[in-house]
Design a protein around this ligand. Structure first.
Ligand SMILES: NC(=O)c1ccc[n+]([C@@H]2O[C@H](COP(=O)([O-])OP(=O)(O)OC[C@H]3O[C@@H](n4cnc5c(N)ncnc54)[C@H](O)[C@@H]3O)[C@@H](O)[C@H]2O)c1
Length: 364
């Protein structure tokens, strides 16, 4: 695998890794020469989408279409100079401010007109996604905002058989939530409330300190429970729970994020109980291997006509807080069902038996 990136700052990968402080300096040192060769290309950016960062590495470009064309050219150049046979683009950029689908996002003609007229509804991540899809390159969105989850880009992906996936890596607290939620339902334990809070001090935390950026994250973090608990089937247990999610920027912690969850549950005869979860995690140590897995699976998807023609790679929902699905379908959040989808899709591709856990054949 070979790598290239765009970023708002000129720091090369070694400088960026030193600043992020995820890996020890001692562990980075042997990689210094290699990492210094990865210099970010100038970024497509607009301040209103990420107010807390003040960039020094931006692409010039009068229109958003001009920026998309330059990003496309960067991708072509990278393929030429690196000699890579196949490409995947993954958005690991900052969380953009919250936005909802607008008329301009509905079809590719309106979207392209919007790129040319600098529509305020087209965010930088959409510019990268458009540029990648125009070149037939799969695109993954690791952040919570819309990006490829708009009809204009989803249809472009489906029509041209290009894999897309998103949104928002499911790495820490929400992963725990989708482990515990299905467990409560298995035991038919009721839920009165679930309060989740976090402290983190990395650059992601700094961006999410702005309420408009946090709102994007709040949406994906909050959406998972209903699907896991199915209140429509168990109204007396899950119809009235109160769910609150907070993130606080706290610089001393750096990447060593800490999350607390308080669950107010109830059992037989309505007797109340509590569960507390304190996850002292490392944000990037949890997320980075998922990014690598996703890139490899998306590359597999582009080589499998049956997967590529779907556009949206729902079988990868295991990796996301807000799995992207086709219009009219619901996103599956139960991590155990997500894992089964992943395994069975891989088995199906290899022509192997699907996992059913039926077990009757053991006694034949
Ligand atoms: N555990 C995790 O790390 C985790 C989990 C879920 C989701 N995410 C999401 O993944 C994204 C990245 O997280 P991170 O911790 O690596 O953040 P980070 O702040 O360390 O890195 C994001 C980088 O994106 C750059 N950027 C912002 N806008 C850009 C643009 N328009 N073009 C090019 N570069 C741009 C910033 O300069 C920054 O260096 C965030 O949206 C975050 O919410 C991360």
């Amino acid at each position: 695998m070979v790598f290239a990136s765009w970023d708002l700052f000129t720091d090369n990968a070694y400088q960026a890794a030193l600043k992020a402080g995820v890996m020890d300096k001692q562990q980075l040192e042997p990689l210094k020469d290699f990492l210094e060769t990865i210099r970010p290309m100038p970024a497509a950016f607009e301040q209103k989408w990420v107010k807390r960062l003040h960039p020094n590495n931006l692409l010039p470009g009068k229109t958003k279409m001009a920026l998309a064309e330059q990003i496309g050219e960067d991708i072509r150049q990278f393929q030429k100079t690196s000699g890579a046979d196949r490409l995947v683009v993954i958005w690991c950029g900052s969380t953009e401010t919250f936005s909802s689908p607008q008329p301009i996002h509905q079809d590719i003609k309106s979207f392209e007109a919007g790129l040319c007229s600098n529509s305020p509804d087209i965010s930088p991540s959409m510019i990268y996604a458009y540029a990648a899809l125009k070149l037939g390159v799969p695109f993954i969105n690791g952040a919570p905002h819309l990006t490829v989850d708009i009809p204009a880009l989803t249809n472009l992906a489906v029509e041209n058989h290009i894999p897309i996936a998103g949104k928002d890596f499911k790495s820490g607290q929400t992963f725990m939530k989708t482990l515990l939620g299905p467990g409560l339902k298995l035991k038919l334990l009721g839920l009165n409330g679930w309060f989740s809070t976090n402290i983190l001090g990395n650059r992601d935390g700094e961006v999410l300190d702005d309420p408009e950026n946090f709102k994007s994250k709040e949406e994906t973090k909050s959406s998972v429970l209903d699907r896991c608990l199915q209140p429509e089937l168990y109204p007396e247990l899950y119809k009235r729970y109160y769910h609150k999610v907070r993130i606080e920027y706290y610089p001393p912690r750096g990447d060593a994020k800490e999350s607390w969850d308080n669950l107010d549950i109830f059992g037989w005869l309505g007797y109340p109980m509590q569960i507390k979860v304190n996850f002292q995690c490392r944000d990037s140590i949890l997320a980075a291997p998922m990014a690598l897995d996703l890139v490899l699976f998306m590359d597999l998807a582009q080589r499998c006509p049956d997967l590529a023609k779907m556009g949206i790679q729902e079988w990868l929902s295991f990796y996301f807080k807000g799995p992207q699905v086709a219009a009219g379908l619901y996103p599956e959040h139960d991590v155990f069902i997500q894992q089964m989808k992943l395994k069975n899709t891989l088995r199906h591709l290899r022509g192997e038996d699907l996992i059913t856990h039926l077990g009757l054949e053991y006694y034949d």
